[in-house]
Design a protein around this ligand. Structure first.
Ligand code: AMP
Length: 402
């Protein structure tokens, strides 16, 4: 039988998330997470879905190489080792693919060099992604390694949406443009929303709201992204867990000149100490809702700012798309926080969408509609599955000839 398994690796700066899938039926065979790589308190949590067994390792894991070796050992204990002839490929999440990578790509030396060249625009993510790829290549040099880029889905954006209004020569020299992120999720969710509506992706216009700790919105026309809220980096756009999203760029000059802050301090402020956390000291929407229920005004204001920005993007994407068939909520907040969904759509009835309180309150893992049948624009909750999407794209690239 031809190899049908794909290992998906999502390598962060101090973590590696992984899933092993069988692409004959898209089933998960194993999943796990290595955290705090490089510290004394590293932890690996591995679940074999074939047996239902979960194992945990606590203790130092020095680097990504050691982490992947431990993952390989765990998989081997379940008879799912990386040396198995059933493994077709390893699919890697790569955050920044610039303008060059518009499709999933089999990794070779040129691809590695290009991902490396993009480090200045993704200093937190691309180095970790590269380490993951190189380590996996060393473990299985004969196996196709496929890079699946967070930015790829957004490369269909027209220049009018992708360019900033700055001197074109400077923008081109330093590759300053709007790339967008969470593309794998926006691609998966927009397609799943079309399926939920019983229509072909080519016939459907969707506003996707990926609301997790990082958050982004996208306008998808007939399966192709035409605008998205993140830009050169994942800092632009919506209010996020710890990131500011949109602000007047002059805030940065002001903080430097008047506040005497360094560029690094401002970078940290806007990426790590802003957003919901900066506004109220919490970045977890559950905690914010709990505080609001207790009458906490600071938490209420943080929530209101979050919703106001979200509404502005929904309105903007109605204008960008002209006709909207559905709004889809996804990721940690979008899938779980009914209050956020209700507040984001409240007052937009004139544009077509509406939320049914009863449907909105129902929890579940499956894609579902939360709008009343009478709504002109459907509102949906569509759980994202970035790992499955990476596995699908990887398998589509390497599995088709087998
Ligand atoms: P993600 O980045 O997609 O994993 O989303 C993580 C975020 O989802 C957390 O920081 C929470 O703010 C939010 N979240 C997760 N579960 C819930 C829940 N049950 N209710 C509200 N928010 C949630």
């Amino acid at each position: 039988m031809s190899p049908s398994r794909v290992l998906v690796l999502n390598s962060g700066s101090s973590s590696v998330k992984y899933q092993l899938l069988d692409m004959r039926d898209s089933s998960r065979l194993a999943t796990g997470l290595v955290e705090r790589i490089g510290e004394q308190t590293s932890r690996l949590r591995h679940t074999a879905l074939t047996t239902g067994e979960t194992r945990e390792h606590n203790g130092p894991i020095a680097d990504h190489q050691a982490a992947l070796k431990t993952v390989a050992e765990e998989l081997a204990r379940d008879g799912l080792g990386l040396d198995s002839p059933e493994l077709a490929a390893i699919g890697h999440r790569v955050v920044h693919g610039g303008m060059f990578f518009t499709e999933p790509t089999v990794v070779d030396d040129d691809v590695l060099a290009e991902i490396e060249r993009l480090i200045p625009v993704a200093p937190l993510h691309n180095p970790a992604n590269l380490t993951g790829i190189r380590t996996a290549m060393a473990l299985r040099p004969d196996l196709p390694q496929v890079a699946v880029f967070d930015t790829a889905f957004h490369t269909t954006m027209p220049e009018s949406a992708a360019r900033y209004a700055i001197d074109t020569r400077i923008a081109d020299r330093y590759r300053v443009r709007r790339y967008g992120f969470h593309g794998t999720s926006h691609a998966y969710v927009s397609r799943a929303t079309a399926k939920l509506l019983g229509r072909a992706p080519e016939d459907v216009n969707v506003i996707v709201l990926h609301l997790g700790n990082g958050a982004s919105a996208s306008a998808v026309r007939g399966g192709r992204c035409v605008d998205t809220s993140m830009g050169l980096t994942p800092l632009e756009g919506l209010v996020m867990g710890t990131r500011s999203g949109d602000l007047d760029p002059a805030v940065i000059f002001h903080l430097a000149r008047v506040g005497g802050m360094s560029m690094d301090e401002i970078d940290t402020l806007l990426n790590k100490r802003s957003g919901l956390f900066g506004l109220c000291g919490d970045n977890d929407m559950r905690e914010i809702q709990r505080r609001i229920d207790e009458g906490d005004e600071e938490a209420q204001l943080a929530f209101d700012i979050y919703i106001h920005r979200l509404k502005k993007y929904i309105g903007a994407y109605f204008a960008v798309l002209g006709r909207v068939d559905a709004i889809a909520f996804t990721a940690g907040v979008g899938e779980n926080a009914a209050a956020v969904r209700a507040a984001a759509v409240a007052g937009l009835e004139g544009l077509g969408p509406a939320v049914d309180d009863g449907l909105n309150a129902v929890r579940g893992d499956a894609p579902r509609l939360i709008s009343p049948a009478s709504a002109r624009v459907a509102v949906a909750v569509v759980p994202t599955d970035e790992e499955l999407e990476i596995a699908r794209q990887t398998y589509a690239l390497v599995g088709k000839d087998k």
